[in-house]
Design a protein around this ligand. Structure first.
Ligand SMILES: Nc1ncnc2c1ncn2[C@@H]1O[C@H](COP(=O)(O)OP(=O)(O)OP(=O)(O)O)[C@@H](O)[C@H]1O
Ligand SMILES: [Mg+2]
Length: 305
């Protein structure tokens, strides 16, 4: 709010506060509608089972961007959000899929100018001689400008210790994420224990990532929901018996692996795809079949090996 200070003829100070013109600022109509500003986000993430905290964080980021724009329009101070992120989670918990989705969504929200997604691993960043790594990493960051740079198994950058070129890649990433944080989003991903160890070796790194996402292992019931949804997307359906068989298997499997090597939703996807093939082999031997038969995956079709 601006103010105007003047002395009146009695020597008293008059402070006139000029009410800011009460502007009505419109929503980003392309992205949302005013009845439910989060509708688009909810729709984009509706196919992701669970992940409530992630959905909440994306809503916060979006609300902040929108309100910042409106503050800017009336001349109030705004702050750029730093959106670099750490994703920690076991195999198949959705890290890569979510990162891709965020690239699209942030483009639609006008946070990223291009919204493309670049997936990199150690070999894409680390070079073979002194200076090579910084150059390779810089080139990759250049390519990622306007989009998301997703570094999978980020802890492998710290593999060889102090003398390894991986360290140089980390330093280069850090330097550029500070310089150019408005233009691209860096996401480092990996398994939880390895990521924690990696961060402990690089003090100061964690604080540069204001958003840390823990991708929890899915419960058996969530995995069943994912299976039903994956089947439905493909216009198949699990019979009740097939679902019970899957539930029994998942309970045993999760106990056996203590959640460590089990590949969560990826295991479900592979299982559904294998079962669809088995279903096809069963049906092809028959001469005629109903629409229902073409859709139903039975207990015997369900295969885990
Ligand atoms: N919450 C979820 N709801 C539905 N499908 C999911 C969910 N999470 C993951 N998936 C599916 O599981 C599969 C594996 O996910 P993704 O590749 O993203 O896992 P990841 O965490 O990157 O695994 P990795 O660490 O092994 O690279 C994908 O097909 C993805 O669509
Ligand atoms: Mg992945």
């Amino acid at each position: 709010m601006s103010s105007h200070v003047s002395l009146n003829k009695n020597g008293q100070i008059n402070i006139v506060l000029h009410e800011r013109e009460n502007l009505v600022i419109e929503n980003n109509e392309q992205f949302t509608n005013s009845n439910d500003p989060f509708k688009r986000i909810d729709r984009e993430f509706s196919s992701f089972i669970g992940m409530n905290r992630l959905k909440e964080t994306v809503r916060e980021i979006y609300a902040n961007i929108e309100i910042n724009q409106r503050r800017e329009q009336v001349g109030l101070k705004t702050q750029n959000q730093v959106l670099h992120m750490l994703f920690k989670g076991n195999p198949g918990t959705g890290k890569t899929t979510v990162a891709r989705k965020l690239a699209d969504l942030f483009y639609d929200m006008n946070v990223l100018s291009k919204g493309h997604f670049i997936e990199a691993e150690r070999a894409d960043l680390v070079g073979e001689y002194i200076g090579h790594t910084a150059q390779k990493t810089r080139e990759l960051i250049e390519k990622a400008m306007g989009g998301v740079l997703f570094v999978d198994e980020a802890y492998s950058l710290a593999r060889g210790g102090e003398k390894d070129f991986g360290k140089e890649a980390i330093d280069t990433l850090v330097k550029h994420m500070e310089d150019k944080h408005g233009d691209f989003i860096l996401i480092l991903a990996g398994y939880p224990n390895e990521m924690d160890h990696f961060l402990s070796l690089n003090p100061g790194l964690a604080s540069r990532f204001p958003i840390v996402m823990d991708f929890e292992d899915y419960s058996v019931e969530q995995l069943i929901q994912i299976a039903n949804q994956m089947a439905l997307e493909r216009e198949y359906q699990l019979t009740k018996d097939a679902e019970a068989k899957l539930r029994d298997y998942l309970v045993r499997k999760k106990q056996k692996y203590h959640d460590r090597n089990f590949s969560n939703a990826r295991f479900i996807r592979n299982t559904i795809e294998k079962s669809i093939r088995k279903h096809a082999v069963r049906l092809i031997k028959k001469n005629s079949y109903t629409t229902e038969e073409l859709m139903l995956i039975t207990k015997n079709d369900l295969t885990f090996k």
